[in-house]
Design a protein. Sequence first.
Length: 180
Amino acid sequence: MAKKIIKVRLFTHFEDVDSHVEPGATARVERISHYGDEVDITDKASLARGEEFDAFFTDAEAKGIRKGEYPPGHEGLLAQARGETLPAAPVAIEDEGPQTGTLSSTELGAYIFENKLNVDQTVALANESDADDINRVLDAEDHAARLRRNDPRTGVIERLEAKLTAASSSGNGGGDEGDQ
């Protein structure tokens, strides 16, 4: 009656078959089909129930599935149900965060403003051992504050100044040691 590909985990339907008990008679048997199975639904009531409950892929989707073109969101399960192996998805590389080291303080300030970085994210932009880089992020926070039309955030300033003090006292980053 109708060839359908099952879209739900299990679909129960009925079929009339030749009786094994009474020659020449038919018997009604229950069939259980699984997700991805292609079956011929011969019982009108079962077909109507399956369509009512959206238990079948559409005819257009079924045509694509037969060609190996799976609907979005069903690729992996359908391939598995049909005994196929999809190519492995590329392995995602852990995000290294924004690459802001080459931005000027003005560009970095615009980046902070546009991406609405919080205090922790802004402070993390500064290289702890490089006083010049810490100053660049301080200037960027000032620029971002002008774009926000408010003052630089106290948490950013205090934490960056603490990093700047630590970097300067360790001798890294161009302090004023020779001016004494």
